[in-house]
Design a protein around this ligand. Structure first.
Ligand SMILES: CC(C)(COP(=O)(O)OP(=O)(O)OC[C@H]1O[C@@H](n2cnc3c(N)ncnc32)[C@H](O)[C@@H]1OP(=O)(O)O)[C@@H](O)C(=O)NCCC(=O)NCCS
Length: 429
């Protein structure tokens, strides 16, 4: 068996041998297929990159058929059970689990970079009283590039390291301040005595008490949620970070673009839609009618189905367990009962089984976030904080990848050609 593809161009009768590597062909190899020397070579048309690999990556592995998700080769279940978010962040960025010294240094560095310049605070205070926290996070992350102009020196690994530390450290500060802003509450400064997630909860919820002490079960559940969201290979926002990063801009600008992509309802907003759906169903008695509506094509069971996972999303299983831990502290969200019953019915129903529709990460995450008393606008902010190490790991990989070029897709031009400009006096006469 030869690892190549023989292509016959029926326009010319010519045959070409195109090498196959890692189950792909190089799109550029199609460029040799032409009807004449002065004609453009063959290209592929792939809106949304549904069947195009844009990079080689060793960060995250997904097998959607089997329901497998691994960061740097480690199954998500083991990481969620045994690791911390900062340990996972180190793993994603540096490719291996840290030694004790590496971990202590990493945690120390991140803890001591959580403060932002006071002008960032004034900048954020300038937003309108009802500004969406995700818009504030996107703008303030991008604005960090103006506070660290040296970040544009992306070729220097030490410089990249410090910007990565800063970004992971400051994201909770910016996210919490965006949350406090909409509530008209004073921004709370980071507390370096607390761990990453406890500190975030403190900046979100602290009032006049000397120190905000989060329930450890809540802090751990949020840490696990961050781990689950830390990377997901070439999704829309990661692709945005890579695409913008390919211009060799600084990482704050590239991650700002990723936050913009995550803001969109097709990417980060599905858990909010799950909550709306559960509220609309209202009680267990209404589930059969709702399911019938889904089967008739009038409804969509939000939080079910995934472009990649055609099996139980491994993150959904872990989140389901985290629900129990959170509700033990906060009391049960009444919508949970509806969600569980809905899941039970859907997993047995032929419509869903045949189409391989299983709960995805968003089916339960909204319920947990609501138990924390986060308004829905904060859900994507939480997602962004969790995804930051993944974006940065992918960005760092991009910088070191000799194959990468500035992202610049082709197009199929469908407009006019060679028109003659008519001066305004004639057009408007
Ligand atoms: C995630 C999603 C966009 C993936 O879409 P996709 O890979 O393009 O899958 P398709 O839309 O081709 O769906 C395949 C079939 O399953 C059905 N289907 C997919 N998701 C469904 C859902 N949530 N409820 C009911 N039917 C669904 C489709 O109608 C289609 O049925 P058909 O073959 O009879 O036409 C889709 O499953 C969805 O909209 N889910 C709900 C939103 C959600 O939870 N998004 C978060 C993802 S993390």
């Amino acid at each position: 068996m030869t690892d190549s593809l023989t292509v016959r161009d029926n326009r010319t009768g010519a045959e070409y041998d195109i090498p196959i590597t890692d189950g792909t062909i190089r799109a550029a190899d199609l460029g040799q297929i032409k009807t004449a020397d002065d004609q453009p070579g063959l290209a592929t048309y792939d809106p949304g990159f549904v069947n195009t690999a844009s990079c080689r990556s060793s960060v995250t592995y997904i097998d959607g058929e089997k329901g497998i998700l691994e960061y740097r080769g480690y199954p998500i279940e083991q990481l969620a059970e045994n690791s911390t978010f900062l340990e996972v962040a180190y793993l994603l960025i540096y490719g291996e689990l840290p030694s004790k010294e590496q971990y202590d240094k990493w945690v120390h560095e991140i803890t001591y970079h959580t403060y932002v310049h006071e002008n960032v605070k004034s900048f954020m205070q300038g937003f309108r009283y009802d500004a969406h926290p995700m818009g504030m996070l996107m703008a303030s992350t991008g604005a960090l590039s103006t506070f660290y102009p040296e970040a544009s020196n992306i070729a220097d690994p030490d410089n990249r390291h410090i910007q990565i530390v800063r970004m992971i450290a400051k994201m909770p500060t910016l996210g919490a301040w965006a949350f406090r802003h909409a509530q008209g509450k004073p921004y709370i400064y980071p507390d370096n005595e607390l761990n990453y997630t406890e500190n975030f909860l403190s900046m979100l919820f602290k009032m006049s008490e000397h120190r905000y002490e989060a329930d450890p079960r809540l802090a751990r559940a949020l840490d696990v949620l961050f781990i689950l969201h830390a990377d997901h290979e070439q999704n829309c926002s990661t692709n945005a970070v890579r695409s913008v990063g390919s211009s060799q801009v600084d990482p704050y600008s590239a991650v700002g673009a990723g936050i913009g992509a995550l803001f969109g309802p097709l990417h980060g907003g599905a858990n909010e839609a799950v909550l709306r759906m559960l509220r609309r169903i209202g009680s267990k008695d209404n589930i059969p009618d709702f399911i019938a509506g889904v089967k008739d094509g009038n409804e969509r069971l939000m939080g079910f189905g995934h472009r990649v996972y055609k099996n139980y999303d491994p993150r959904a299983k872990i989140i389901k367990k985290a629900c129990d831990d959170v509700f033990e502290v906060t009391g049960v969200n009444p919508l949970l009962e509806i969600a569980q019953e809905l899941e039970k019915i859907a997993l047995e129903d032929e419509y869903f089984v045949k189409r391989k529709l299983y709960p995805n990460v968003d089916f339960y995450s909204g319920l947990i976030y609501e138990a924390f008393q986060f308004p829905p606008e904060m859900f994507t902010v939480l997602f962004a904080i969790g995804r930051t190490p993944g974006w940065l790991a992918q960005w760092q990989e991009l910088i070191g990848d000799k194959d990468q070029k500035i992202a610049r897709p082709k197009q199929i031009y469908t407009g006019d050609r060679g028109l003659t400009f008519t001066p305004r006096e004639e057009r408007w006469a």
